[in-house]
Design a protein around this ligand. Sequence first.
Ligand code: PBG
Length: 338
Amino acid sequence: MPPSPTNSDSQLSLTKRPRRLRRNPSIRSLVSETKLTVDDLIYPMFVMEGENQRVEIVSMPGCYRYSLDLLLVEIAELYTLGVKAVALFPVVSESKKDDNGTESYNPAGLAQQAVKAIKAQTPGTIVITDVALDPFTTHGHDGVIDQDGVILNDETVEILVKMAVSQAQAGCDMVAPSDMMDGRIGAIRRGLDANGFTDVAIMAYSAKYASAYYGPFRDALDSAPKFGDKKTYQMDPANAREALTEIELDIAEGADIVMVKPALAYMDIIHQVKANCNVPVAAYNVSGEYSMIKAAAQLGWIDEQKIVMETLLSIKRAGADLILTYFAKDVALILQKK
Ligand code: PBG
């Protein structure tokens, strides 16, 4: 008779016990693979005309349209909190809109003025400008249209180049084309270089999907398309391989940073893009993603701070090097308390 095993049935003999490395906070932080810091966050901000104005966006509680004077106060505070990059979006009054979005390259336009003022006040803040026509067009599309409402690619790209150059003249650090026209990255790079702006970087919204998650942002800018949708230029949410084509094209054309947008429903895309390219990858935690968390938190159904930190950490873990998020200031405040 072989001796009976010394282990009682209730005593497992495991050589691998992953829980050893989870025993307390110190050991957990020692082996943690991903860190969320403010260094990687870009804060999207809305600037409007006027003075001493701060108007909360109804569908984005905690986000505001600021007149330039108050935007500057906020940006100075953000800088001291460690939020050193902002993505600017101008709210353009109806009277300044036209079919071709010509206000977009007005050297005295709101975005251009804002860039100048921010760089004069807080030169250390990285100012990223949006390159797309939708805030400036009467029809709300990101491009110029023909009489049948078809969005015209090459005609639009010409205007986008003027827009990017005017933003560079105002002093922006980086331009971020969010329009999804073909060939715009190369055209913008050539336009910037020809005008002496070889140091202005391009963050390309490369894999930008036609998403319902942009709804609250369009409220913020009053920029919802007046007819149709954006499916002839933004990507089909069904497609993953196509994202890699877009990324490849944008890098070949001169993108310094590529972006996946939205983030949460597209984590697989972030992961694949990270594995397939060698430039920094940005992810945009968009307005709808923000509003869903805010709404559930307001109802008391979730713990907002914990959900925010977990969500953004997950976007980094998926492969994002940079995150554009309306939670940037909240994260800075939360991390400061820790
Ligand atoms: C437009 C633009 C959009 C966003 C950023 N730039 C909306 C759209 O494409 O309709 C969305 C950002 C967000 O939802 O937070 N060029």
